[in-house]
Design a protein around this ligand. Structure first.
Ligand SMILES: [Zn+2]
Length: 492
């Protein structure tokens, strides 16, 4: 760029020199002042003639060179504007750390932060990260089912739920009959290798301030009291941010290389009032304030540009209402589905066949009823044998997944029977192809290009991103190896 700026200055100077040469009566300062003085007097002898001719030739060469440089400059700048927005002649490299001694990744989750919430209200702090970092253009794609526990654990392991075992927020083990719920910390439920385990296995420190699965002792991770907080929703968000900032006050070599920070908003509000309510706007503004508090604290410690911040959500949110219900009791003329055969109703419908029926019988009979036009909202539920679900959902290979799975249209819910309850709110868990289920991804830090948008991607890629930034070997997972290279700047 330096050479190009210089070349664009050259033509204007030479051009003015040329004009002056053609207009001798107007003396100028363009070339050599002694020559211009001479040029104001017509050449008298062969010596002056030779000087004059050589000057003329030099000027012509200067003009030609300048035009050539100008052409090169304009053609290269128009190329970078139209075809590849961020291409420059020298590919950008990752920025070096200025204060920290080793890379640090801070993974932040704002639960239920639907993609687009960042425009509901001014969010200057989130937008500061976006403007100076890399953003998933149309949001981050959650895994199916688009629920909190399956998704947070996919982010942590790079695995689809069928592989990491947390196939729902709650489910029954098919052989033991035991129930998994969100407070189950027995490692037998939690398969795969979460990122905090990978980090400590490589001799680095990890600190988790809430994250589903982080309280489970697995391998070399033992959720120590000082570096692994046990979930407690009553801890104010400010306290969580300040605790994470406190890690940066440790001696350099003791600062954890990986940290998590979790906020349960705006999911809580989304369930109560749906995604389009002033309560959501307020909750989003509050999350933005927390990001501002974090940035301030990191800046005060001189490490903001050194820390790799990855801000995500686990899923989006869609409005639900009592007019969008499907009742299993309406299917009775075709098949009776008792409540104890149903593992979950909404938005993932998961059913074990009632005694005396095969799974395929149940699917056939339910579909007959749903398509008959006699079941209210029946057309908004499709039931599958799990192995017949679309491949893109990656939701069949685990025996923890019940044999019959129903997919609901956006915003619809299933209930066992009619009640007088009237309510509208919000929900998530639906097919991850629905845009409303998307959430945010922002990467900010030395290895993220500034102000760049990348195409949307699935959250199973994030595990590999973290291991790449920390330069450690990750466990096998469902992310693609090339993904990190496509999004991170190469090391300097
Ligand atoms: Zn939720």
């Amino acid at each position: 760029m330096g050479t190009a700026s210089f070349s664009i200055l050259t033509p204007s100077k030479s051009a003015s020199a040329a004009t002056e040469e053609e207009d001798p009566p107007n003396p100028s300062t363009s070339l050599l002042s002694s020559n211009t003085t001479e040029s104001s007097n017509p050449p008298q002898n062969p010596k002056t003639k030779i000087i004059f001719i050589s000057l003329f030739i030099i000027t012509c060469i200067a003009i030609a060179t300048s035009i050539a440089f100008a052409f090169l400059f304009f053609s290269s700048s128009s190329h970078s504007k139209t075809s590849i927005p961020h291409e420059t002649s020298i590919p950008p490299k990752a920025r070096s750390l200025t204060k920290l001694q080793h890379p640090v990744v801070l993974l932040i989750s704002s639960d239920g932060f639907r993609f687009g919430y960042q425009f509901k209200t001014p969010t200057p702090n989130i937008h500061r990260l976006i403007a100076n970092g890399t953003e998933a253009d149309l949001g981050l794609i959650p895994v199916f089912p688009t629920l909190t526990f399956p998704n947070h654990y996919s982010i942590a392991t790079g695995l689809y739920p069928a592989y990491h075992g947390i196939i729902n927020n709650h489910f029954r083990h098919p052989s033991t009959g035991e129930t998994f719920y969100m407070g189950s910390h027995d490692p037998k439920w939690w398969l795969g290798e979460p990122i905090w385990e990978t980090v400590v296995t490589h001799g680095l420190k990890a600190a988790t301030y809430f994250w589903p699965g982080s309280e489970v002792n697995k391998g070399s991770w033992n959720c120590s009291f000082d570096l692994c907080k046990h979930f407690n929703g009553s801890v104010p968000f400010e306290e969580r941010v300040d605790s994470v900032l406190g890690y940066f006050d440790l001696p350099s070599n003791e600062i954890p290389a990986f940290m998590t920070l979790y906020f349960e908003d705006p999911d809580q509000q989304g369930h109560k009032v749906g995604p389009d309510d002033p309560e959501i706007t307020k909750a989003v503004a509050r999350i933005d304030m927390m990001i501002g508090r974090l940035i301030d604290g990191l800046e005060k410690r001189g490490v903001f540009e050194d820390v790799t911040i990855i801000m995500v959500g686990d899923h989006g949110m869609v409005g639900t209402c009592d007019k969008k219900l499907i009742f299993l009791e309406d299917l009775a003329p075709w098949i009776e589905i008792p409540a104890n055969s149903v593992q979950t109703y909404s938005p993932v419908v998961s059913i074990y066949p009632p005694p005396g029926f095969s799974a395929s019988d149940v699917v056939a009979k339910m579909m007959e009823g749903l398509k008959s036009g006699k079941v209210e909202n029946g057309m908004n539920l499709r039931v599958f044998l799990k192995e017949d679900l679309p491949d893109r959902l990656h939701y069949s290979t685990s025996d923890r997944i019940p044999p019959i799975i129903g997919l609901l249209e956006e915003g619809f819910k299933v209930e066992q029977k009619r009640s007088k309850r009237k309510e509208c709110g919000g929900s998530h868990g639906y097919d991850n192809a629905f845009f409303s289920m998307r959430t945010i991804f922002i990467g900010h830090g030395p290895q993220f290009a500034r102000g760049v948008k990348v195409p949307s991607f699935e959250n199973v890629q994030i595990y590999n991103l973290v291991t790449s930034v920390l330069k450690i070997q990750g466990a096998p997972n469902n992310g693609t190896e090339s993904f990190s290279k496509s999004i991170l700047l190469p090391s300097p």
